[in-house]
Design a binder for this molecule. Structure first.
Ligand code: GAR
Length: 225
């Protein structure tokens, strides 16, 4: 899948907030261990810090205001045009707080990833960490998955598990989960860049690497075929 001027998979990131996952992807790419690079960042929020992070790294960053469009489809058409103009091959949602509509999904079939701060299918939607605490689970974590038309329902690529401690609050649990998010999102992108993921129904299978990956591997990313 990776191609283009420097043979790296071209990634477009959609973000609504502080952009720490975006930063993790940029850092992994700049360190040279990721066969992908962030080409552009789009935000629905004008002052999202994710935009600033992109600009610091010389990456194209734009705000697309949903209010400027008659409906969601027109808004997503604009995003799509922008991503395609930049040659984006993979779209990564990184703290993008909108439900992706059918237009974008059709234009990037099985080419949109999302990261969610819970072990899906538990606790989808908003405040995954808070939901886990309220429920009283002993373990939570994060999930990178393909995006389909549901809310956090797409096929799961990688999950990472963290303990929930008795004295955790939303802040401490979120921080523990975020550390894992920053590891598994670049890893999932690397799997895509290497063309190693195969979708069989809801299952995402991981082909064995031909050569040792340069990216520090997560030990147990999924089913090896
Ligand atoms: C992350 O915890 C991400 O998993 C979550 O928002 C945070 C964004 O942080 N995403 C969702 O809840 C999506 N439903 P970041 O802006 O620092 O990457």
């Amino acid at each position: 899948m990776a191609n283009g001027r420097n043979n790296k998979l071209k990634v477009g990131v959609l973000a609504s907030g502080r952009g720490s996952n975006l930063q993790a992807i940029i850092d992994a790419s700049e360190k040279g261990g990721l066969a992908a690079e962030v080409i552009c960042v789009v935000s629905d929020i004008t002052d999202a810090y994710a935009l600033e992070r992109a600009r610091i790294h010389g990456i194209d960053a734009v705000h697309v205001n949903p209010k400027d469009f008659a409906n969601k489809q027109e808004y997503e058409k604009q995003i799509c045009r922008h991503l395609k103009e930049h040659g984006v091959e993979l779209v990564c949602l990184a703290g993008y707080m909108r439900i992706v509509g059918p237009h974008l999904i059709r234009e990037f079939p099985n080419r949109i990833l999302n990261i969610h701060p819970a072990l899906l299918p538990s606790f989808p939607g908003l405040h995954g960490q808070r939901q886990a605490l309220v429920h009283g689970v002993k373990f939570s974590g994060c999930t990178v998955h393909f995006v389909d038309e549901g809310v956090d329902t797409g096929p799961i690529i990688i999950q990472s598990v963290v303990p929930v401690l008795d004295d955790d609050d939303e802040e401490t649990l979120s921080a523990r989960i975020l550390t894992e998010e920053h590891k598994i999102y670049p890893q999932a992108i690397q799997f895509i860049a290497e063309g190693r993921l195969e979708l069989r129904g809801r299952k995402v299978l991981l082909e064995k690497a031909e050569t040792e990956s340069h990216y520090p591997a997560i030990q147990n990313p999924g089913v090896e075929i």
